[in-house]
Design a protein around this ligand. Structure first.
Ligand code: SAM
Ligand code: SF4
Length: 328
C-alpha cells in the first residue's frame, strides 16, 4: 500500500461507532449528528473481514476508535477476534467504560491505550465534554496504570479553555507513569474552528520553558512514523509530547489510513474523498483493488489543503465529516 509519494501505509484506524457517551464541543456538533439505521454500519464479521484484507495488504498496526468504541455492544468480541491477527492492536477511548473492559484488554494482549482527558479539573472537564464523568475517567486512568498498561493521555489544547493547564499536565507526568500528548486543535465539520482558539507547538514549549526552565525538561527520541515530538521533565517518570498537525504537519511520513464505522476508507483525516468498501463487500466484490486505488490517490498534504491559508479556510476545512463520525 505505497502511495504516489512513496509513503507505505501499514497503520489502520477502525471506527467502531459514530455514537458517543460524551459530547466534547471540539468533536461533536452541539446538535449531535443525525442517527442512521444500523444496517449503514459495519457488522462485526464485516469489520473482521475488511481488517483481514488490510492485513494481507501489509497492515501491521490497528487502532480502534470512534465515537466511543467501548459503547459498542460487541466491542469485546471485536477486540478478541482482531487480537488473533498478526498485528499490534490499540484503542483510543474516553475512558468511561475502561473498568468493564480491562480483563478483555488483558486477555487480548491489548496494551496500548489512549485515553482522552482535556482537563485535570472536574468542572472544566464537565463543561468541555457536556457530561459529568471526570471521577470515573480519572479512576480508570489510574486502574490502567496500576495494571501495567502503556497509557497515553490525549489533550486537545484550546485557548481560553484549558491552555492554563498545560504545565499542570506536565507536572502530573513527574510522578505518574503516563504519556501526555497535547494535540493542536484541528478543524472538522461543525466544530466552529478558527486558529485563534488553537495553541501551537512553539507556544506550548515556551510556556513549558517559563515554568520549568530550559534545562528542566529534555527532548526524547521519537519513534519512526511518530506524529508527536516527545519530551520528559528531568527525573520525571512519565513523558509528554505535542502533536502539531496544524503548525508542523507530519504528512511526509504518514503511514495511516482510516476506516469509518459505515465502512468508508479515508486516506487522510482531512480528506473529503472516501471509498465505500462496505457496499462492495456486501455485493460480493473484491475490495483489494478499491483499497489500492484509494491509497494511490492520497494527496501529499492534509487532503489537499497544502497551505495554512487553505487549511484555515472554512469553505474547505468544514466540508469534512465531524470528528466523531471520522474516528480520530
Ligand atoms: N471517544 C474516543 C476518545 O475521545 O478518545 C475516541 C474517538 S476521539 C474522536 C479520538 C481523539 O480525537 C480524541 O483524543 C480527541 O481528543 C481527538 N479530537 C477530536 N476532535 C478533535 C479536534 N477538533 N482537534 C484535535 N483533536 C481532536
Ligand atoms: Fe466522544 Fe471522543 Fe468525540 Fe469526546 S472526543 S465526543 S469522547 S468521540
Amino acid at each position: 500500500m505505497t502511495d504516489a509519494f512513496g509513503r507505505k501505509h501499514d497503520y489502520l484506524r477502525i471506527s467502531l461507532t459514530e455514537r458517543c457517551n460524551l459530547r466534547c464541543f471540539y468533536c461533536m456538533p452541539a446538535e449531535g449528528i443525525p442517527l442512521r439505521p444500523k444496517d449503514h454500519f459495519m457488522r462485526t464479521e464485516e469489520i473482521i473481514s475488511i481488517a483481514k484484507t488490510f492485513v494481507e495488504l501489509g497492515v501491521k498496526k490497528i487502532r480502534l476508535t470512534g465515537g466511543e468504541p467501548l459503547i459498542r455492544k460487541d466491542a469485546d468480541s471485536i477486540i478478541k477476534q482482531l487480537s488473533e491477527l498478526p498485528i499490534e492492536l490499540g484503542i483510543t477511548t474516553n475512558g468511561i467504560l475502561v473498568d468493564q473492559f480491562i480483563d478483555c484488554f488483558e486477555e487480548s494482549g491489548l496494551k496500548a491505550i489512549n485515553v482522552s482527558l482535556d482537563s485535570l479539573q472536574h468542572e472544566k472537564m464537565a463543561s468541555i465534554t457536556r457530561r459529568d464523568y471526570f471521577n470515573r475517567i480519572m479512576s480508570n486512568i489510574q486502574l490502567l496504570i496500576d495494571r501495567g498498561f502503556d497509557v497515553k493521555v490525549n489533550t486537545v489544547v484550546m485557548r481560553g479553555t484549558n491552555d492554563d493547564e498545560i504545565t499542570d499536565f506536565i507536572e502530573w507526568t513527574r510522578n505518574t507513569n503516563v504519556h501526555v500528548r497535547f494535540i493542536e486543535f484541528m478543524p472538522f465539520g461543525g466544530n466552529d474552528w478558527d486558529w485563534s482558539k488553537g495553541v501551537s507547538l512553539d507556544e506550548i514549549l515556551s510556556r513549558t520553558t517559563d515554568r520549568f526552565g530550559a534545562f528542566g525538561f529534555e527532548r526524547i527520541t521519537d519513534r519512526a512514523n511518530d506524529t508527536s515530538k516527545n519530551y520528559r521533565l528531568k527525573g520525571g517518570i512519565g513523558t509528554f509530547a505535542v502533536i502539531s498537525s496544524v503548525t508542523n504537519p507530519f504528512c511526509d511520513t504518514c503511514n495511516r489510513i482510516r476506516l469509518t464505522a459505515d465502512g468508508k476508507l479515508k486516506n487522510c483525516l482531512f480528506s473529503n474523498s472516501e471509498t465505500d468498501l462496505l457496499t462492495s463487500l456486501r455485493a460480493g466484490n473484491n475490495i483489494l483493488e478499491l483499497i489500492q486505488d484509494n491509497i494511490l490517490n492520497k494527496r501529499s498534504m492534509r487532503g489537499g489543503m497544502d497551505s495554512i491559508s487553505d487549511f484555515s479556510n472554512p469553505a474547505l476545512n468544514q466540508q469534512n465529516r465531524s470528528m466523531v463520525a471520522i474516528g480520530g
